[in-house]
Structure formats: C-alpha cells, structure tokens
Ligand binder design. Structure first.
Ligand code: NAP
Ligand code: HSE
Length: 427
C-alpha cells in the first residue's frame, strides 16, 4: 500500500482540525481509500509558533516552494484563507500536477473559473466541500446526488458566526460586540470578522452554491449583500412580537428573469424550520423538480466539523490519484443573467421614528399606496416625548416599489428617521 503525501498550506483552526481527524482515524481512513495518508510538509506564517500536540515540528516551513514544488507531494490542502497569496499558491500546485483541497470560499467565489480551468488542464482534482456549510455535506449532494433535478431554490443559514450571534442576542439579550468576541474565540469567525458580520462570507458561499445548483458562474460581485450590523435590540424585540425571528439568510433562485442571489437579514416565522436553527448550526434548503424540498443541517464552522469535510475531500482526491482518474470539476456550462435586486419580490418590515401627531400615518400610507405597496400590519408601541416608533409590515411587493416609497417617506417633515428595513421570508 503506497502512501498519499499531503502538503498543508496553513495550520490554524481548520488545518489542525483536519490533521487531528486524519491522525485519529488514520487506520480506517487508510482502509477506506486503499492507501495510507502522510503529511509531508506544512506551510505557515510562523514556523516557531506552538501547535497542537503530536505534530513533528520539522514539518513546518515558511517556504511555499517546500510544498508546491515538492515532487513527493500528491495533494495540497489549502487552509490558509484569503485570495492573496492563496490564488497564486493553488495555481502553482495545480500546474505542478497536484490535486488541491480547499475550504477557502473567498478563493472559489472570486477565482473559481480560473482555478477549475487549471485543474482540468492539468488533469487533477480541485475539491472544496469545506468552503460552504462547515461540516455539512452540500457541495457533493448538489453536484452528484441531486444532479438529475432542475434545481430552483436555495435558501439557508450559511454563516455560523452570525447565526451564533443572532441566537445569543435573541435568547439572552447579549450585546453585539460581546457575542462577536465569543464567536472569534471559538474559531468560528474569519480572520477579519467583518466578512461575517457584513454578510460577505455568506455572499461568497451563496455564490458558490448558486453556481453549482444552476450550472452558471455566479461570483461575489453578483450577490446583493447586507450584514447584521444594523440589527438593533428593537428589531429583535419587534420580530418576537410579530412571531418572527431574525436570521441572516443566503437566497438564490433560478427565475424567468434571471438568477436572484442575495444575502441579508430576514424575519423568518417562528414556525419555519430555519427558525429553529440556532448557535453555530447552519441549514440549507434546496428545492428540486424531482426531489421536492431537501434540507441539510449541521455545524457550519469550527475545527473538527470543517476538518471533517476537508478530510473527506482529501480521501476522494487520494482515491482518484490511486486510480489515476479525476472527479467532476466545473459544472458551469450555461450563462444565465443575474436578476437585478430591484426586481425581487418580498414582504417588508420597516421601523420608523416619526413625530407623534395627527395625520402622520395617513401621509406614510399615502406614499406607500402611490407606489403600490399594500400594508399587512402597523404597530405603534414606544413614544419618547414628541417622537413615536412605528413598525409597518407590508404584503408581498417589488423591492423597487418599497424603495421608491421610502425615498418619499424619509423626506416627509413628520418623519424623523427610517431606522431599518428587513425583508420577511418563509411565510
Ligand atoms: P486560521 O485559523 O486563521 O489559520 C490560517 C493558517 O494559515 C495559519 O496557520 C497561518 O499561519 C497560515 N497562513 C495565513 N496566511 C499565510 C501566508 N501568507 N503564508 C503562510 N501561511 C499563512 O484560519 P482558519 O479558520 O483555519 O480558516 C482557514 C480557511 O478555512 C479560510 O479560508 C476560512 O474561510 C475557511 N473556513 C474556516 C472555517 C472555520 O470554522 N474557521 C470553516 C470553514 C471554512 P500561522 O499559524 O503561522 O499564523
Ligand atoms: N466564518 C465562517 C462562519 C466559517 O462563521 O460560518 C465557516 O465558513
């Protein structure tokens, strides 16, 4: 039995998680793939740093050539993050005939086309199960198990950090910065956590899922993105009063007007299955013409969950190398347009501060009516001196109509501030 030799690029949360799984389950993994797995080198920024116990310190290097130009290495495991220098290193590895396993959604969402072309050209694998949903199997199910379907919808909680934060903020009334710090300490957050809280991590993931599901290249630039930084305690409390919970969702739909692809906070009914997805858990709904609805659920971040996906990709790449074959790489064989955000349809929650005097509601209702926005409910709870807080929930309308109405409403002399607009999904 020959050994398959790995070179790691990065050995932080995910790299050390994958290593622990490969070491801990080494015997059964070797039997499953018909070869032993051996780590031959690990590129890090700081080779002198203290690492998890049991790893030979001589494996660590800060010279990328020790991994990428080493003829003895079969598979490069890229778990360093970011696009620069990760793109250059992955391309170099592929061109040198190595298969690559990565958990890096930034890389796949932005440079996927170029990297898959390089993998095809060099007849090697480029696998990325860990890049979306942490430990949840979703890339392989979309590419293989659901391949016979026409997939229409994907809707999911695909960022563990923000789901952890929103859960804590809702359940315990915790403060934003405290829960963000906790998520960082647990290794859930990105190196730059603004990618999580501003929605860009989820945007990268939904662009990857949409590309696979709809067989057309969707990149980060195509995604409409809003994060959770504007979510206030008041929004969470109103959501509860109205029987909703606030969740950050990634949504992608294949429509007759093009691919709809967006990430933003949503009010989700408390009875909806996504409402019970808490803490670091992720869940992804997929709807296909044959399978109907399918839901994938599990831990969306963390060392061992993500390491589990990375280790399984390593096993697939190893099996393929032993048989001298490659698996399915790029499946984007169509070119579909992206539907502009203004053309989507949704229900909307709007929170406003207004002067507490007669006629205010009438002027707001007039602006909404002029733009074909129909109201489902109106709530006024808090009054602070001359100012009152009003919450509106609309029926389903076009984004363009609500935005036009709000442009008029914010200029009304009786309106102090439009505090937030949150889309309502899953009713
Ligand atoms: P991390 O803990 O910050 O680890 C990054 C590793 O890469 C460190 O070992 C670091 O070296 C090394 N590194 C970074 N830049 C480098 C450079 N220029 N040259 C050499 N080495 C470099 O990151 P992580 O959380 O494991 O995330 C890794 C990747 O997995 C990212 O793409 C992330 O988006 C993705 N991911 C993460 C999770 C998660 O739960 N954390 C889940 C799914 C996917 P030092 O150790 O010397 O600093
Ligand atoms: N920062 C990411 C998250 C890691 O919180 O979901 C998993 O991709």
């Amino acid at each position: 039995m020959r050994n398959i030799r790995l070179g790691f690029l990065g050995f932080g949360t995910v790299g050390s998680g994958a290593y622990r799984i490969l070491a801990g389950n080494g015997q059964s993994i070797a039997r499953k793939i018909g070869a032993g797995i051996e780590v031959a080198g690990i590129l890090v920024r700081n080779p002198g740093k203290k690492r998890i116990p049991g790893v030979d310190h001589r494996l660590f290097t800060d010279n990328p050539g020790d991994i990428l130009d080493n003829d003895g290495i079969d598979i490069v495991v890229e778990v360093m993050g970011g696009t620069d220098p990760a793109r250059e290193y992955v391309l170099r590895g592929l061109k040198n005939g190595k298969s690559v396993v990565t958990a890096n959604k930034d890389l796949i969402a932005v440079h996927g086309k170029e990297l898959f072309a390089a993998a095809e050209e060099n007849r090697v694998d480029l696998l990325f199960e860990g890049s979306v949903g942490g430990g949840i199997p979703i890339i392989r199910p979309l590419k293989h198990c659901l391949a016979a379907n026409r997939l229409k919808d994907i809707m999911g909680i695909i960022n563990g950090t923000t789901n952890y934060m929103l859960t804590k903020m809702t359940r315990d009334g915790s403060d934003f910065n405290t829960v963000l710090r906790e998520a960082m300490e647990m290794g859930y957050a990105e190196a730059d956590p603004s990618a999580d809280v501003e929605g860009y991590d989820a945007a990268r993931k939904i662009s990857i899922l949409a590309s696979i599901a709809f067989n057309t290249r969707v990149t980060l630039d195509d995604v409409y993105v809003e994060g959770i930084t504007r979510i206030a305690r008041e929004d969470i409390a109103y959501a509860r009063d109205l029987n909703y919970l606030v969740k950050l969702l990634g949504i992608a739909r294949d429509t007759s007007e093009g691919i709809e692809v967006r990430v933003h906070p949503c009010f989700v009914p408390v009875t909806h299955p996504l409402a019970s997805v808490n803490d670091v858990f992720n869940a992804i709904f997929v709807r296909g013409d044959a399978v109907g609805e399918a839901m994938f659920y599990g831990r969306g971040a963390g060392d061992l969950p993500t390491g589990s996906a990375v280790a399984a990709d390593i096993m697939e790449a190893a099996r393929n190398r032993i048989k001298n074959v490659t698996g399915l790489n790029c499946t984007c064989f169509e070119e579909k347009p992206i539907k502009p955000m203004v053309r989507i349809e949704s229900k909307y929650y709007v929170r406003l501060k207004v002067h507490d005097r007669p006629g205010v509601l009438a002027s707001i209702a007039f602006a909404l009516g002029e733009n074909n926005v129909s109201l489902a409910s109106v709530l006024q709870k808090h009054t602070d001196g001359d100012m009152a807080e009003i919450v509106l929930v609309t029926h389903k309308v076009r984004e363009q109509n609500i935005q036009e109405a709000l442009k008029i409403i914010e200029k009304l002399p009786t309106v102090g501030e439009i505090c937030n607009l949150i889309r309502v999904e899953g009713d």
